[in-house]
Design a protein around this ligand. Structure first.
Ligand code: TYC
Length: 123
């Protein structure tokens, strides 16, 4: 085993190097590591509730609170917009999350015996 000793003033100070540039250990070697971003951002999907004449307003408000994290006031506003305009956006999500939300909402509507429809569309 060898023990290296340095006086405080003799401590080897590493030379700052530019990433990829030649060093004393690898003279003439240049590493090209610049990368061009080649992945598109993931597509996003709107989850939309459709109006109908039978689903109770309270049920729609509960769905918006439960599955879209809306507080009572915002859930009520969205529900009323759907009621008046025929449809409304509940949120925008990645594909898998949007698909799961649609399934959960449809399952809850079926369990409750309501005809509420929920769809997803590219944002
Ligand atoms: N139109 C329904 C009613 O008057 C309420 C409703 C709102 C239903 C939004 C569906 O996505 C909906 N009871």
């Amino acid at each position: 085993m060898s023990i290296e000793c340095f006086m405080a003033s003799e401590k080897p100070v590493p030379k700052p190097t530019v990433p990829g540039s030649p060093t004393e250990e690898t003279p003439g070697v240049v590493v090209v590591d610049r990368q061009v971003a080649k992945v598109d951002p993931p597509r996003m999907y709107q989850v939309i509730l459709l109006n109908d004449d039978y689903t109770p307003m309270e049920f729609v408000v509960m769905v918006l609170q439960e599955y879209f994290n809306r507080d009572l006031e915002s859930a009520t506003q969205i529900m009323l917009r759907i009621h008046h305009d025929g449809r409304g956006v509940c949120g925008v999500f990645s594909k898998d999350v949007a698909a799961t939300k649609v399934e959960l909402v449809l399952a809850a509507a079926r369990r409750g015996g309501h005809p509420l429809q929920c769809i997803m569309e590219t944002a």
